[in-house]
Unconditional design. Structure first.
Length: 76
């Protein structure tokens, strides 16, 4: 991303590989959900640091399956 600090809605959609469309971002802005954004005139920009923070807030932690946990007694 280089020195850029903001992404457009189209770039945000690309960041999430199209899983979040520009239309979804528009709806989320109207409902005040989703990542934080800055509006300057008609321009809507998403600060990259806020997208990173939003990613962290939406991280889903998984625990290992019991079958995947190997103990020393299982190896013997």
């Amino acid at each position: 991303m280089g020195d850029r600090k903001y992404l457009t809605a189209e770039e945000v959609s690309e960041r999430y590989r199209g899983a979040v469309s520009v239309g979804t971002l528009r709806n989320w802005r109207a409902m005040r959900v989703g990542p934080e954004f800055v509006k300057i005139g008609k321009a809507v920009l998403y600060p990259i640091d806020q997208l990173d923070a939003w990613d962290k807030r939406n991280m889903v932690a998984c625990r290992a399956s019991r079958r995947l946990i190997v103990t020393e007694s299982d190896q013997g």
